[in-house]
Design a protein around this ligand. Structure first.
Ligand code: PAF
Length: 282
């Protein structure tokens, strides 16, 4: 695996290829990331991963400084997975000057759910993803980029960005990988104490319970059921931001007569000082 830091070196490395398959990460790789690399490999003529902890998507009070950086282990895992090129820009490579040009996704999609609780988050994500895409795909005929469905809203926002800017990139969503007890794999799971780790599965169980309740009791009771599910989680010691049933197509609340509409249950909640997110298509 070739490791490059500078954009010019990345482009030189990718020059012989026409259809990169790309996985963007912030490092601290787990099996979910490696599964994305595995799925990306047959979809392009060169497999590229990036590791970059993107300051732009962290609010000042968030965990940018403490975000786990596990460089050697990440390189080993990517090498073992058969990744061809690792792009690991330093901050000065990607942001050599203040990034004053930004991609602002539409508020109706980016200021709800995660964006409501993390203002500016999706501007930071969209801006860095656009820049990473420009580094990897400039001058290419086509390409694919894999994004994990655990970050459901992120996948949707990136997909629309690609469509609206007519980028020659296909966004391929990857299924969420889970631990044996059902906890969605996440780099932030490493923050959990042993006791929190055994409690953490309660989030995915709450999403399942909410999905089941709405399916059996009907959409008219949706808001009550959401409120009850959040209260039940809070009673276990969590601080829920949201647990809600939304339409998969636009992440807006379903109407009463939306019974046949594909839905997704999304949730975010804090356990101790760790904020976890998860979702479940129903
Ligand atoms: O999902 C992530 O790890 C990040 O949001 C991404 C897409 C790598 C952008 O920094």
């Amino acid at each position: 695996m070739k490791i490059v830091h500078a954009i010019t070196d990345l482009r030189a490395e990718l020059a012989p290829f026409q259809r990169p398959a790309f996985v963007a990460t912030m490092g601290n790789l787990h099996d979910g990331h490696i599964a994305l690399v595995d799925q990306a490999k047959p979809l392009g003529d060169v497999t590229v991963a990036s590791i970059f902890v993107n300051r732009l998507q962290f609010a000042p009070h968030e965990d940018f400084d403490s975000y786990p950086r596990t460089w050697e282990a990440d390189c080993d895992r990517l090498r073992a997975a058969g990744c061809d090129v690792l792009f690991a820009p330093r901050e000065a490579d990607l942001y050599p000057e203040p990034q004053t040009y930004k991609v602002h996704p539409p508020t109706e999609l980016a200021d709800i759910l995660e964006g409501h609780f993390r203002p500016g988050f999706f501007t930071g994500v969209s801006t860095v993803v656009m820049k990473l895409f420009s580094c990897v795909f400039a001058g290419k005929a086509a390409g694919i980029a894999m994004f994990g469905k655990k970050d459901y809203q992120q996948v949707m926002i990136v997909r629309r960005m690609v469509r609206q800017f007519a980028l020659p990139i296909t966004i391929v969503p990857g299924e969420t990988l889970r631990a044996a007890d059902g906890l969605a794999l996440s780099s932030r799971n490493g923050y959990l104490s042993a006791q929190e780790r055994s409690e953490a599965v309660a989030l995915s169980r709450a999403l399942q319970a909410l999905g089941q309740a709405v399916t059996t009791q009907g959409m008219a009771k949706r808001e009550t059921l959401e409120e009850e599910t959040m209260q039940a989680l809070a009673a276990r010691g969590w601080t829920p931001d949201y647990l809600t049933v939304r339409r998969r197509a636009d992440l807006l609340p379903p109407h009463g007569n939306d019974a046949a509409t594909p839905l997704v249950v999304l949730g975010a909640a804090r356990l101790g000082s760790t904020r976890l997110i998860d979702n479940l298509e129903i």
